[in-house]
Design a protein around this ligand. Structure first.
Ligand code: FEO
Length: 173
């Protein structure tokens, strides 16, 4: 059985993951409208992944006999003008999600809820991977600078990448 405090914190994270999914959808649409079809595909996949993160949390709350609140999404505020900006935003966003997961883990510990603490370790690892991915992409972008040919290849190649395949080159999607 979940404490009310943990239940609320999990529902807050459900909302954050749902908003993340919507946010990446907005980044995907920006890329799609601006001719970066590979970046758009990558972001559409990211959006699906965030929805999966949300559903995983919801199912856990239900499994523990808690009450899930299906969240209303905030309209994503996307204020970018370049493809570089898309990935800078992604990185900033993932750092914020990591902070939120860490806070949630802290609440579980303060409530002596070691079962939820254990469940959340999957999210802790996932965040490590997502931040590393975003950082790797930003490093590549820095190297490319304004080289249009490099951007062309980057856009073509990124469509085939998943978070896991970038973090672990041995596991191509
Ligand atoms: Fe579900 Fe990228 O955080």
């Amino acid at each position: 059985m979940l404490s009310k405090k943990v239940e609320k914190a999990l529902n807050d994270q459900v909302k954050m993951e749902g908003n993340s999914s919507n946010y990446y959808l907005a980044l995907a649409c920006w890329a799609d409208m601006n001719g970066f079809s590979g970046v758009a595909d990558f972001m559409y996949k990211q959006s699906d992944e965030e929805r999966f993160h949300m559903l995983k949390l919801m199912k856990y709350v239900i499994e523990r006999d808690g009450e899930v609140v299906v969240p209303a999404y905030d309209q994503p505020k996307v204020n970018i003008t370049t493809a570089t900006g898309v990935f800078q935003d992604l990185y900033k966003h993932e750092i914020a999600v990591t902070e939120s997961i860490n806070k949630l883990v802290g609440i579980c510990l303060s409530e002596n809820d070691y079962t939820t603490h254990n469940f959340l370790q999957w999210y802790v690892s996932e965040q490590l991977e997502e931040e590393a991915t975003a950082k790797t992409i930003l490093d590549k972008i820095k190297l490319m600078g304004d080289d249009k040919s490099a951007w062309y290849h980057f856009d073509r190649d990124i469509a085939g990448l998943t978070v896991t395949s970038i973090a672990d080159p041995g596991q191509k999607a």
